[in-house]
Design a protein around this ligand. Structure first.
Ligand SMILES: N[C@@H](CCC(=O)N[C@@H](CS)C(=O)NCC(=O)O)C(=O)O
Length: 219
């Protein structure tokens, strides 16, 4: 059995600056005031597929957080639960916790595979629009459907769970706030736009371009 001891002095986050999934973790750590070392991984140059990286995360993806010597947590939303545990960002009430999970699964099933994919191919990959012409329509249709579900909830609620900012908002904010960079038009979603502004006004908010002082290049 692996040691449960957590004797690292600081977390190490493997992240890519323009990755929405990585941004979720940077957003939560900044809000919580938790210091960490950032290792920039350029997935476009295969840096998440090296033998060294795959030894840390066999799925070859970022974000990845080292939480104890040689213990790494993958999956952005699992990392959010880990770092936010015990804070007001992570609901403890049984129903609220299940509601947060509900929205975070929704984010992974309905939002990220559509808006996240469109953002990746349209905003990050040169010539991506032509390469993905056949799937773009599906991403747009399904992405708009997801935004419609969010709009309905936000028409009567300030945040996704209870009446305050939680990791469910962080998870959903990341790709929703990038949607304008990949053809989505939020004109039809006033409640979503208001919520984006509310999240951006939260204390400790950082933008996707922000990074801590402790940045290292991938080894
Ligand atoms: N479900 C994962 C998705 C992670 C993911 O798709 N990461 C992308 C960057 S945003 C990646 O590392 N892609 C590189 C690859 O798959 O080779 C999460 O939420 O963390």
């Amino acid at each position: 059995m692996k040691s449960q001891k957590n004797d690292i002095s600081m977390y190490t986050l493997y992240s890519m600056q323009r990755s929405g999934n990585s941004y979720k973790v940077r957003l939560a750590l900044a809000r919580l005031g938790i210091p960490y070392k950032l290792v920039e991984i350029d997935i476009l140059r295969g840096e998440s597929r090296t033998p060294e990286f795959l030894a840390k995360n066999p799925s070859g993806q970022i974000p990845l957080l080292e939480v104890a010597p040689n213990r790494h947590i993958a999956e952005s939303n699992a990392i959010l639960w880990y770092v936010a545990g015990g804070s007001t960002l992570a609901p403890e009430d049984r129903i609220a916790r299940a509601e947060a999970l509900q929205w975070m699964f929704f984010e992974q099933h309905s939002l990220e595979p559509n808006i996240g994919a469109a953002y990746f191919w349209l905003a990050l990959i040169k010539g991506g629009r032509d390469l993905q012409r056949h799937t773009l329509d599906d991403w747009m249709e399904n992405g708009y459907h997801a935004l419609g579900v969010m709009e309905k909830h936000l028409a009567g609620n300030r945040f996704f769970v209870g009446d305050h900012y939680t990791i469910a908002d962080i998870a959903l904010y990341a790709y929703t706030h990038l949607s304008g960079q990949c053809d989505f038009d939020l004109a039809r979603f006033p409640a979503v736009r208001d919520w984006l502004a509310r999240v951006a006004a939260e204390p400790g908010h950082v933008t996707i371009d922000w990074q801590p002082d402790t940045v290292e290049a991938a080894r």
